[in-house]
Design a protein around this ligand. Sequence first.
Ligand SMILES: Nc1ncnc2c1ncn2[C@@H]1O[C@H](COP(=O)(O)OP(=O)(O)OP(=O)(O)O)[C@@H](O)[C@H]1O
Ligand SMILES: [Mg+2]
Length: 253
Amino acid sequence: MSSSSKKNSTTLLAANDKSTLHQNLEFTAIEQYKLLRTNLNFTLPQGEKCPVIGITSAMRGEGKSTTAINLSYVLAEKGSNVLLIDGDLRMPSVAKKMKINNDRGLTDLLMGSDARMSDFRSELLSNWYVVPSGDIPPNPSELLGSKRMQLILNELKQSFDYIIIDLPPVNLVSDALSISEMLSGMVVVIREDYSEKKDIADCFRQLSFSDVNVLGCVINSSKSGSGTYNKYKKSRSYKKYVYYRTSSKDDTE
Ligand SMILES: Nc1ncnc2c1ncn2[C@@H]1O[C@H](COP(=O)(O)OP(=O)(O)OP(=O)(O)O)[C@@H](O)[C@H]1O
Ligand SMILES: [Mg+2]
């Protein structure tokens, strides 16, 4: 890829001019996120008013936040009311990636602050809301698995069509598992040429042990035709899941 085309292939997150956010995604990448959007509707439980979808991975840096932001964007772009929540209360990145204020966020909602949803409306799409992490709490796992979190989600489900939650990696901390009962399902991001097979297997073992409904896997940074899809697909512990590819090739942070 030439350096100029590389510059144009940034993910949604790195856009400076928010009005052209969409155009900052490489065509193939946006198409793949749209495919993910379509396919999710086949794997989500039928008839649920507002599915709550967690995004996780085995380890750090596999592209969870990138996927959460881009997926929530393409869902909103189609007209749904979408809420993206940064549920990575240890190393949050949504606010930074989207260049939005993190003064108020999920921890404020959990602490019962008077934050209103209108505070979280994105500048880009009027039907896309983004709740960043807020201040980092000392007990993220307990907060994510708390009754208060369940109450907040139940309330938010009345106002949205989809809720996407960016979560920490399964193999490192228990946060994603502790909120998993409140989710309609989980999308697992696997980064090509980065994720170790053993780590992915551990991740799926834990998800399965906790009875998490895995909606599918995103093979991030996938090179079409590389054969990696088959490599992952045929591995015993996770062959039953549906796979989607994304291939935004630039790292612009
Ligand atoms: N498909 C991709 N191609 C190239 N770079 C990518 C791709 N997806 C993500 N990145 C970059 O990789 C880094 C990690 O991505 P991201 O922050 O989305 O991962 P993460 O799983 O949320 O990480 P963490 O576990 O630290 O929260 C970022 O710098 C991001 O810009
Ligand atoms: Mg992240």
